[in-house]
Design a protein. Structure first.
Lengths: 119, 471
């Protein structure tokens, strides 16, 4: 058996031991402060989580989610390109530049429209 | 290399024009009139580029780069010309429409250009994923265009219906693609046709299922019989130029890919002919029944669009998959596009602020007050009904004679019956315009573009009827 395999097995076994020990240690030694604010449910940006569900959300959350998706996909697309950039050469580089320029026009558009301006 | 560049140049011009308009709208230095002029120039340039590429034969542009996913033939080239002309005349009539209705922004023209670039890609695509992406580029732009008037309730209803049903269609299309990929290990049209030639269509169950889902998606987009219910409400809710654009350019693009897909192999086509036969009949007569009951002009035109889809399905049934040219389909699409765009161009400056004139009764006595507009509308209606010497008549003549040549005499006879039935609602508007006393002045504040656009299209109705087609 190779040494790498043994090493990785030891790391996993170590994790399996350390994590429960830390959990238990937090319960025993950690400070416990209970307050009203701390016990409230937290949902990003929404005031009262408990109650009627037909409340209005700001459209900014959706816009931000869509923008995140666009640039997330750009990043996902760049990983396989970056791995094989030497095989793809200048052709692959120019294709990626064209793709990023197109996304850049989208970014300029949303910046000028004030989508990221939250006030 | 230059040849491939020229083949994709129209797509590039329209895409670049769309991005340019989008950026200019964000920078806010462009008036609406200027934006419509820019988009008209973009479409005209792309149209010229498309014509210049006409001498090049059937080729796959940048075959190695795009892996043979795109294919340019004479069929796709002419379909592209029709789509670009639709974009041009829509921009032109929108300019008049937005003199009276103030909800437009520069993005409106940018979205039309994006939709056209998706349509051009759709006509050329020879691969299912490419077809799906271009279908979505087209659909997403059109969803926004339908709901562009955010203060209007019927627009919101229209866009919600269209978005929901369109999303279903997208799901059907991807399901079909997944089945075909599962069965054949490829999504390319060439691979599908090789597989059918080797095994026979009915011996490939995944392909049968996949083709079913994909054809359902196409039938939905062209509003054929079992999937036609959305069209009346959506066309009614959209603003006049957008309705004209949807009815013509979208139908042309989807029929182009529909024909390309169906003509892959004679086996695929002959398996579907029997179903398309009944779908064509039900589409024509269902559309006629819906159209007869309508009191609103836009709803009537939407329902008559269903009937014209039925005629185009006759043409699809009749074409032979062995030597496919698609000239009859394209001729009818061009004739239908010219008359429909023309009537919507006339309506875009006649309906007035907030589209206040929308019923048949609102156009009573139009001929007394605005004789030229009434005459142009009459020409377009007669062309849609199929009265000689208009383009619509020649289109119907070619479709019916091709059906008889293909041995589909039943379809030909039913097509003629349906054409006679459609007189009912086309003549109703003509009677209202000519045989009643005017109740109002029909004064509208409009630019010169709307009437000029109507005039050009009215001339085109006769010009296209002179163009000969070999069946």
């Amino acid at each position: 058996m190779s040494t790498e395999l043994i090493l990785s097995a030891i790391i996993f076994i170590g994790l399996a031991v350390i994590v429960p020990v830390l959990f238990v240690a937090t319960v025993i030694f950690g400070p416990r402060l209970a307050g009203k604010v701390k016990n409230e449910a937290y949902e990003s940006g929404v005031g009262n989580v408990i109650g009627a569900v037909d409340q209005k959300f700001s459209v900014k959350f959706y816009l931000l989610a869509i923008l995140f998706l666009i640039f997330d996909i750009e990043a996902v697309f760049m990983y396989p390109w970056a791995v094989s950039i030497r095989q793809l050469g200048w052709f692959g580089f120019s294709e990626m530049v064209a793709f990023m320029l197109l996304l850049l026009t989208g970014l300029i558009y949303i910046l000028k429209k004030g989508v990221l301006n939250w006030r | 290399m230059t040849r491939d560049f020229l083949l994709l140049l129209p797509l590039g011009i329209v895409g670049a024009g769309a991005i340019l308009l989008m950026l200019r709208s964000a920078l806010g230095k462009l008036t609406l009139e200027a934006a419509s002029l820019v988009s008209m120039c973009v479409f005209a340039l792309a149209f010229i580029a498309q014509i210049l590429s006409g001498t090049i034969g059937h080729v796959s542009p940048y075959g190695s780069v795009f892996n043979g996913m795109l294919m340019v033939t004479d069929f796709t080239r002419v379909a592209g010309l029709i789509i670009l002309a639709c974009g041009f005349f829509t921009s032109m009539s929108s300019q008049s429409y937005f003199k009276e209705n103030g909800f437009a922004t520069v993005e409106y023209y940018s979205l039309i250009a994006f939709a056209v670039s998706g349509m051009l890609l759709l006509t050329m695509s020879q691969e299912l994923i490419t077809a799906f992406i271009s279908l979505e580029i087209m659909s997403l732009s059109i969803y926004i265009l339908v709901g562009f008037n955010r203060t209007c309730v019927t627009c919101a209803e229209a866009v919600l219906k269209y978005l929901m049903l369109g999303a279903f269609t997208g799901a059907f299309f991807t399901m079909g693609t997944a089945l075909i990929y599962g069965g054949l290990n490829s999504t390319k049209f060439s691979a599908i046709s090789t597989a059918i030639a080797a095994h026979g269509f009915l011996h490939l169950p995944a392909l049968v299922g996949g083709a079913f889902f994909i054809i359902v998606a196409f039938l939905f987009k062209v509003a054929a019989f079992p999937f036609h219910a959305w069209v009346v409400d959506v066309y009614d809710g959209a603003s006049v130029p957008v309705t004209g654009f949807m009815a013509t350019a979208l139908k042309t693009a989807v029929f182009a890919i529909f024909a390309n897909f169906l003509m892959l192999d004679p086996g695929l086509k002959s398996a579907w002919v029997n179903y398309l036969f009944y779908i064509a009949i039900l589409t024509m007569f269902g559309g006629n029944l819906i159209a007869i009951g309508q009191n609103t002009l836009k709803r009537m035109l939407a329902a008559s669009g269903i009937v014209h889809t039925g005629y185009l399905l006759i043409a699809l049934v009749a074409v032979s998959a062995d030597h496919f040219t698609g000239s009859v389909i394209l001729y009818y699409l061009a004739a239908y596009a010219v008359s429909t765009l023309g009537i919507f161009a006339a309506l875009s400056y006649l309906t007035g602020n907030g589209e206040m004139r929308s019923q048949f009764d609102d156009f009573k006595g139009l001929a007394k007050k605005r004789p030229y507009s009434a005459a142009a509308i009459t020409v377009f209606l007669l062309s849609m009904a199929g009265i000689p010497p208009t383009a619509g008549f020649m289109g119907k003549l070619y479709i019916i004679s091709s059906a008889i040549q293909a041995g589909q005499v039943t379809l030909a006879v039913l097509g003629i019956v349906s054409s006679i039935l459609s007189m009912w609602y086309y003549l109703r508007l003509i009677i209202n315009m000519y045989f009643h006393e005017p109740e109002e002045t029909f004064e509208t504040e409009c630019s010169v573009f709307g009437p000029v656009c109507t005039l050009i299209l009215a001339v085109a109705v006769f010009a296209i009827s002179l163009y000969p087609v070999t069946i």
